[in-house]
Design a protein around this ligand. Sequence first.
Ligand code: NAG
Ligand code: NAG
Ligand code: NAG
Ligand code: NAG
Ligand code: NAG
Ligand code: NAG
Ligand code: NAG
Ligand code: NAG
Ligand code: NAG
Length: 839
Amino acid sequence: MRLTRLVGALLPAMAFLSCLRPESWDPCVQVVPNVTYQCMELNLSKIPDNIPTTTKNLDLSFNPLSHLGSHSFSNFSELQVLDLSRCEIQKIEDDAYQGLKHLSILILTGNPIQSLAPGAFSGLSSLQTLVAVETNLASLEDFPIRHLKSLKELNVAHNLINSFKLPDYFSNLPNLEKLDLSNNKIRNIYHEDLQVLHQMPSFKLSLDLSLNPLDFIQPGAFEKIKLHELTLRSNFDSTEVMRTCIQGLAGLKINRLILGEFKNERNLVVLDKYALEELCNLTIDEFRIAHFQDFPKDYRGFLNCLADASAVSLMSLNIGRLESLPTGFKWQYLKLSNCKFEDFPTLKLTFLKQFIFTANKVITTFTKLNLRNLEILDLSRNGLSFKTCCSYRDFGTTRLKHLDLSFNSIITMTSNFVGLEQLEHLDFQHSTLRQASTFSVFLSLKNLLYLDISYSDIKIVFQGIFDGLISLQVLKMAGNSFQDAFLPNIFRDLTQLTVLDLSQCQLEQVSPEAFGSLLRLQVLNMSHNHLLSLDMLPYKNLSLWLLDYSFNRIVAANGQELHHIPSNVTSLNLTQNDFACVCEHMRFLQWVQDHRRILVGAEHMMCKTPLAMQGVPVLSFRNTTCQMNQTVISVSVLSVLIVSVAAVLVYKFYFHLMLLAGCRKYGKGDSTYDAFVIYSSHDEDWVRNELVKNLEEGVPPFQLCLHYRDFIPGVAIAANIIQEGFHKSRKVIVVVSQHFIQSRWCIFEYEIAQTWQFLSSHAGIIFIVLQKVEKSLLRQQVELYRLLRRNTYLEWEDNALGRHIFWRRLRKALLDGKPWSPEGTVDAEGSQDEAMPSI
Ligand SMILES: *[C@@H]1O[C@H](CO)[C@@H](O)[C@H](O)[C@H]1NC(C)=O
Ligand SMILES: *[C@@H]1O[C@H](CO)[C@@H](O)[C@H](O)[C@H]1NC(C)=O
Ligand SMILES: *[C@@H]1O[C@H](CO)[C@@H](O)[C@H](O)[C@H]1NC(C)=O
Ligand SMILES: *[C@@H]1O[C@H](CO)[C@@H](O)[C@H](O)[C@H]1NC(C)=O
Ligand SMILES: *[C@@H]1O[C@H](CO)[C@@H](O)[C@H](O)[C@H]1NC(C)=O
Ligand SMILES: *[C@@H]1O[C@H](CO)[C@@H](O)[C@H](O)[C@H]1NC(C)=O
Ligand SMILES: *[C@@H]1O[C@H](CO)[C@@H](O)[C@H](O)[C@H]1NC(C)=O
Ligand SMILES: *[C@@H]1O[C@H](CO)[C@@H](O)[C@H](O)[C@H]1NC(C)=O
Ligand SMILES: *[C@@H]1O[C@H](CO)[C@@H](O)[C@H](O)[C@H]1NC(C)=O
């Protein structure tokens, strides 16, 4: 039951969702709004409705369009580029592209076209490039492109075309420059196939016939024909076929001929010299040959055929030796790449301007060249060693502008480019430079613009190393090292420098003057060093806009230094450093937040310390944490202070507090004793015999609190003094004597008594001075002394009259505030008075 209801609810929802499928929504990627849309592989069967009509570039590749009806694209009249690769298109109707007046590139690669209407491409009046690779095309003759007057490039590679017959309508395509017929089924080329080219002498076609299984070219077929470029790679099964075919090219005038095989498409097992010598009957300006595994050893003859060529490239050939070539050769450009030379070629080509000799891994040492017009020399990637370098004597030229010695072995610097003052570009990267930091190697290179000595294993000790490079604009010196990991001011002369790469130089410190002369510097790479702080001072005056400080060990920067950040910096890379996300660096962390606009990958700047923050983005560090911490700290410091002061006070006034607590507890009126007697133990006799006798046994009797008698055993004396003595007594009698004053204990008791008097309003202290105390002694107890001076006290006199008066006064004082008692204390005074004479 429930299940069916659930399904019943879900089904409409799913139906609704399926309406929102990509097709009706917005499936395409908007690369440039209103201009470029990419709708690749979206299972579309038609163009989505929401593509704006202003679109210029539309990529619909890998969608199952299957069939293009007429006016399929008429709503997109602005289209310039339309990619319909692999759209399973089988049928293209008349006027399918009608209205695309601006379309210049149409790509139809990989569609299994069965039916192509005669007017399929009509309306494409601006089409320049038509790519119909892999479209089941069987012949150019039937291909309905005769009206595409603006066509420049036609690519029909990888089809089923078996005839090279260039259709007559080519004469209607005056702009055609490039025809790619590679990877078709063409076997034979006959004279009449090229009829249209004979009729149009101005044509200069670039023709690619690679990967066609050529068997035969009719002799004279290319007689008097001019081509811009002809590519014949992996066309021949045998050297015989190759020879007859090249024979068939006799009389051809060509700008560039490209012969060879593809690395992974090798047909020819043996190549003999005669096949190549047939090239003598062609007029070739630029010749390239590549990837013949079995290159004939005796190939000099064929090179003679190329004597008048201006450019020759021999690449990936099995050539062991290049015999010295006649000086009469007109070659200006020679490239020898990835061959197996056993000796360094000795060339005397007087016209040679560019010599590129790269990736020839067999030879290990360089021998001197003598090429007096050479301007560009590229000897990179050979693993060569140079025993001397570099002066005009090494290359026999003073015209050199570009020298590339990168990716070689050891290069020993013995000269500072004497006679090579024209050099503008110099590349030594990834070669090991010896003695480069012992003298001003580059001193004479006043015209040098570009210098790359990256990863050349130099330890820079000599500060004049870059002296003389007054025009230099780019200096790349990554992967070298400095003495003491310190960058001194070695750039004094480089006032024109705009790009400097100092990455991976193990730098720990930078001199504040290091960049002082580089006022034009725009890009500086300090990444992958060991710098500990972001010191901006050295960069202050520069017009830098990019500064790469990534992969260092920067913990933070102090706020002062950050003021020096050059004003033009728009890109500062501080990622991959060791940031400490602690409140101490709050200013720096705040600066990061404020400058994330110029910080590259600011969201990828991670904290390294403290451990708890490791891997957390620096941007997520919050100010408030610190502010809160400050409050917490100050509050806790304050409370600790208060507590300790309180503890000290409690410790000091513990007894006084006990008194205070007791006052509350006992309150008024419930006193057990009339008086608590404080005395020195030396005066105990007097207390027992005189005081106790007279007061407790007289009329009315007073109840005294005496510690030897009334204190509870087992309770601390101090506690007893307070609880038994003070709290339960109305008055305190202080028996002052010489001993009393000298006893600290007595003085303590007396001080408590004072507090007690202060706390309980009704209390009173009665002083009895037992014997004359020396004034000097009394003065030590300032408080007591003062009290005695200010208050009246009872003085004990050991004679009849004195005693009488003493007891009278003491009783009177004790009676003060004594509650009425049934024993008739009211009369006590009187009765005492009566009794007086008897004393
Ligand atoms: C795209 O075209 C639409 C309609 O023509 C227009 O409103 C819009 O502003 C355009 N957008 C851009 C980015 O040009
Ligand atoms: C493509 O769309 C069709 C219907 O237009 C559908 O039948 C087919 O399953 C879809 N293919 C994929 C892979 O989505
Ligand atoms: C062209 O656009 C109109 C209106 O937007 C629409 O009715 C028509 O179907 C579109 N034509 C094509 C071929 O998509
Ligand atoms: C090709 O050149 C050779 C000499 O190198 C010559 O004997 C031959 O007649 C030429 N062939 C054509 C077709 O010009
Ligand atoms: C700086 O050098 C490092 C490595 O040497 C490199 O990855 C980085 O892209 C360079 N930065 C810039 C801005 O070129
Ligand atoms: C920057 O320029 C000022 C004057 O323009 C100068 O005084 C100062 O020394 C320079 N700073 C550095 C680091 O070169
Ligand atoms: C910053 O750039 C502007 C223009 O890009 C330039 O005029 C100015 O001189 C630069 N500032 C510095 C300090 O170099
Ligand atoms: C740092 O950022 C710059 C600018 O985006 C970039 O060119 C450079 O490659 C980055 N550095 C590293 C080491 O990725
Ligand atoms: C962080 O603190 C600084 C002052 O130290 C203040 O200017 C800034 O506004 C604070 N930022 C936030 C996000 O609280």
